[in-house]
Write a protein that binds this ligand. Sequence first.
Ligand SMILES: *Cc1c(COP(=O)(O)O)cnc(C)c1O
Length: 390
Amino acid sequence: MKKTTRAIHQPYKRRDAYDALSMPVYNAVAYEFDNAQLMSDVFCGRVSAPDYSRVGNPTVENLEQRVKGITGATDVVAFNSGMAAISAVFIALAQQGKNIVSSRHMFGNTYSLLTSTLKRFGVEARLCDLTNVEQVEQQLDDNTCCVYLEIMTNPQLEVVDIVALAALAHQRGIPLVADTTLIPFTEFSAKALGVDAEVVSSTKYISGGATSLGGLVIDYGTFQPLGRALRGELLFNFGAYMTPQAAYLQTVGLEVLDARYRIQAANALELAKQLQILPQIKHVNYVGLPDNPYHELAKKQFGNTAGAMITIDLDSKEACFAMINKLKLIHRATNLFDNRTLAIHPASTIYGAFTDEQRREMDVNDTTIRLSIGLEDVDDLLDDIIQALN
Ligand SMILES: *Cc1c(COP(=O)(O)O)cnc(C)c1O
């Protein structure tokens, strides 16, 4: 079956008692056992069945199975936010004295997780230019526990050569972990590019229009200790498993992910082309534009779509604020891949707590507005932007 079919038709692990077509929300915390031996077998992992919803829940497991079916992963673990999924992977792979090789171009909270939170536990973040393979090679050593990258960085929209970095990491037995939030896994195979584990903020494309928070770790089983640590240690000792209500919403979201994504990506491309013509906009950054420096590489790796996030640059921060204030249809809000189009000024919000120097290092500029393109008619979006610029 193709991915779009699997997104809807992945069979339930166990037939529902009432043959419900969509997996019910099992809000139960604990599950009863027929006898003490079975209870012992489940608790000790000899038999797979839910026992306690911090570590296993039928509704959440159903979402995990669907994602497993689509991606061909060996295991998928659902967390209650993207950040919970990302921190779980780092905690599973790292320990005092180890280092993580990554970039300064990344989501703000991941950056501060690496450079301040994990630093307190003796884990070093080695941030370098991931587009430069030689530079990455110089950073790797025997204490490197993973190479971590975003497939399309938020908000810089940088794309790296994943195949080259995976080959480099694998030569030294180091896993490559990729945040694939910006292009859904229905579009491309991260495993085929050499990614050992994907982390996704399912809050974004998968939730189905900003219905709920969630995060996924998609483990391809190519780096053995990861899956074991996630299920056998992280959920037990740290918690942060996805809630059944969120899993239900995200399963419904996953069923229509491909349909929504196609419209959003097409809208983004069309809008990016139109915005390039407007004189008030100094620069439009969208990987789907043929003159974008990452266009060819992105096409090779992720296929013909380039996501639904665009950034535009105006003359000044004041011009950005003025435009954002005048928007009538587009919402002033964070988040990505809502059904509605959203606008935010990253430098003063998501990156507002960083110093000017840190923002410079991260290439987060005062003149940039980030747009997440929704399902509206492109003409209405363009009209709104034009009236807001004037
Ligand atoms: C939003 C986002 C996250 C964090 O996800 P949450 O679900 O908000 O915790 C991580 N990485 C990227 C690229 C994101 O856009």
